[in-house]
Design a binder for this molecule. Structure first.
Ligand code: AMP
Length: 250
C-alpha cells in the first residue's frame, strides 16, 4: 500500500529504519522517464520514497510555474501500481519555513548552460534537494541524465557537504520518436510533438554545432544554447513557448 504524506513532521515521525532507503525526487506529472528511476530504486532498495513537489524557487519564469502540468490522480495510480512505499508531497510553506532566506549557491558549473539562461534556477534546485535529502535521509537518491547538469551539481553538492546519500544517475528515457520524455511535453500540440523529435535526431548526428543550429532554426526552433562540455553535447530550444532540453554523450 502506498502511503501519501503531506506534512514533513509526519514523515519524520515515521522514523523509517529501512536497511536501504531509496529516494526519487520529482515535480509530478509522471511519465516513463520518472518510472525508470522508481523501478531502479524499487529494485535496489527495501523501501522507496518518492516526492512530488513543484518547487517555486527553481522557476525563473512565472508562466512556466503556472503552466507546469499537474496530474495528481494519475500519478498516484501509477505509484500505487508500482507499489512505491511512500509519497511525500509537502506544501511550499512547510518546505520553506523561513521563506527562501537560506539557500545553496554554487559558483562554477551552475553558471553555464541552463544556469546562464535561467538565473537562480540551480540555487532553487540545490536548495530544495538539500532539504529533501535531509528530510528523507535516503541511502540512495536517483536522478535522470536528461537533466545532466542538475545531476552533476547535486552529486558535487553531496560531496561538498559530506552528505551520506549515494547519488545515482539513470539514462534518458525517450519516446519512440527519440524525443526525451519530459513533463513539459504535455504542453506541446500533436504537430509540435512530432516536430520536436528533430532535436534528438540532430543532436546525435555527426553534424557541426553550426549546422545543427541552422537546421533547427529553419524548422522553427529558437535555440537557447547548443554547446559541448564534459564530453557531452547539450541543447535547449524553445518550440512555441515550451522549453525543451536534451543531451547526448559524444
Ligand atoms: P522532474 O519531475 O522533471 O523534476 O524530474 C524528476 C527526475 O526525473 C529528475 O531526476 C529528472 O532528471 C528525471 N527525468 C525526467 N525526465 C526523464 C527522462 N526522460 N529520462 C530519465 N530521467 C528523467
Amino acid at each position: 500500500m502506498t502511503q501519501v504524506i503531506h506534512s514533513i513532521k509526519d514523515f519524520q515521525n515515521l522514523k523509517l529504519s529501512s536497511k536501504s532507503l531509496g529516494f526519487v525526487p520529482t515535480m509530478g506529472a509522471l511519465h516513463d522517464g520518472h518510472l525508470s528511476l522508481i523501478k531502479k530504486s524499487l529494485h535496489e532498495n527495501q523501501t522507496t520514497v518518492l516526492s512530488i513537489f513543484v518547487n517555486p524557487t527553481q522557476f525563473n519564469n512565472s508562466n512556466d510555474l503556472i503552466n507546469y502540468p499537474k496530474t495528481w490522480e494519475e500519478d498516484l495510480n501509477k505509484l500505487q501500481s508500482l507499489k512505491v512505499d511512500y509519497v511525500l508531497s509537502p506544501t511550499k510553506e512547510d518546505i520553506y519555513p523561513l521563506n527562501y532566506s537560506y539557500k545553496v549557491c554554487e559558483n562554477e558549473l551552475s553558471q553555464i548552460l541552463c544556469g546562464a539562461r535561467r538565473p537562480g534556477h540551480f540555487d532553487g534546485v540545490l536548495s530544495v534537494v538539500l532539504k529533501l535529502l535531509n528530510i528523507v535521509q535516503p541511502h540512495r537518491a536517483y536522478f535522470g541524465e536528461k537533466d545532466y547538469q542538475q545531476f552533476l551539481l547535486i552529486k558535487n553538492m553531496v560531496t561538498s557537504f559530506f552528505l551520506k546519500t549515494e547519488i545515482i544517475s539513470c539514462p534518458v528515457i525517450r519516446e519512440p520518436s527519440g524525443l526525451a520524455m519530459s513533463s513539459r511535453n504535455k504542453r506541446l500540440s500533436a504537430a509540435q510533438l512530432s516536430q520536436a523529435s528533430l532535436v534528438y535526431e540532430q543532436l546525435k548526428s555527426d553534424k557541426s554545432l553550426k549546422q545543427i543550429q541552422e537546421t533547427l532554426e529553419k524548422a522553427g526552433f529558437k535555440i537557447d544554447y547548443l554547446e559541448e562540455h564534459y564530453g557531452r553535447r547539450f541543447i535547449a530550444v524553445f518550440l512555441g513557448d515550451v522549453r525543451l532540453i536534451d543531451n547526448v554523450e559524444l
